[in-house]
Design a protein around this ligand. Structure first.
Ligand code: DGL
Length: 280
């Protein structure tokens, strides 16, 4: 390994989402890469992304990545947001050649592997479900299962606010709209959590669909992919004795982000706040 590769390997990994949802991916990243440093950016001042137009999400993604590179010299970016991945990852990769960028998408392929009834429910944001990337993903698996997709307006926003009453009502409404759950023919036996906010309310969703249904989230496979990409680029940190560190940044309410991280990651993370950048 060259000296500059060694220096780069000790740089942090940037992780970003519209808000607290990407913490579900960060948790998996910490488990997979326990000696890395992470800078997590929650763009809560501009959340939710899922009900915005694609160009808005592209512009926010560009600004966040620019900031993470300028101020933290990140060695890799994990776009821990399905909506931003669908809208912007191809542009981010084109504009930052040489920076490894890993994204997330609804885990339809693992769902096909898990399902027996071949009826799969997909909960995601309106933006993700309307994207060309999602259409291509579903079309590539079209014959293998029936996918029933439900946009979940308002759910990510309710999770951002820890608004339990609203969360419970929306989980019931959106799972109810998908159809009947269970493991008999004609029933949905697998539910894809196609937004990184939704694993945070897995218990509420589970209460709606019952214990026989498999809930599929993307954190662990994304973390494995991030490790593979780092290894291929010789960017794995050599600090075998140090433990994972997280720096939290928010364009919104930093206290809420800290609280969510403590609940989710069980670690104390340092927290800072970026000024809210106006965006049309
Ligand atoms: N967590 C994000 C996702 O995975 C988006 C939630 C939102 O801001 O609407 O799609």
């Amino acid at each position: 390994m060259t000296v500059s590769a060694l220096v780069a390997a000790e740089a942090p990994i940037g992780v970003f989402d519209s808000g607290v949802g990407g913490l579900s991916v960060l948790r998996a990243l910490q488990a997979e890469l326990p000696h890395e440093r992470f800078v997590y950016f929650a763009d809560s001042g501009h959340a939710p992304y899922g009900e915005r137009n694609g160009q808005y999400v592209v512009e926010r993604s560009r600004q966040v990545l620019g900031q993470l590179r300028r101020e933290h010299a990140v060695k890799m970016l994990v776009v821990a947001c399905n909506t931003a991945t669908a809208a912007a990852i191809h542009l981010l990769r084109a504009e930052h050649p040489g920076l490894p960028i890993v994204g997330v998408e609804p885990a339809l392929k693992p769902a096909v592997a898990a399902s027996r009834t071949r009826r799969i429910g997909v909960l995601a944001t309106r933006g993700t479900l309307a994207s060309a990337k999602y259409a291509a993903l579903q079309a590539s698996l079209g014959n293998e299962a029936t996918f029933i997709a439900q946009p979940c307006d308002g759910l990510a926003a309710a999770i951002e606010r820890f608004d339990t009453t609203k969360i419970v009502a929306l989980c019931a409404q959106y799972t109810g709209a998908l159809g009947t759950f269970g493991n008999k023919n004609g029933q949905i036996d697998t539910l894809v959590l196609g937004c990184t906010h939704y694993p945070i309310v897995a218990d509420q969703l589970r209460a709606c669909v019952g214990s026989q249904v498999t809930l599929i989230e993307t954190g662990p496979p994304v973390a494995r992919q991030a490790r593979n990409v780092l290894e291929t680029a010789s960017l794995v940190s050599d600090h075998a004795t140090s433990s994972s560190e997280v720096c939290l940044l928010s364009s919104g309410n930093a206290a809420l982000l800290r609280e969510a991280a403590a609940r989710w990651l069980g670690v104390n993370a340092t927290a800072g706040v970026y000024p809210v950048v106006a965006s049309s």
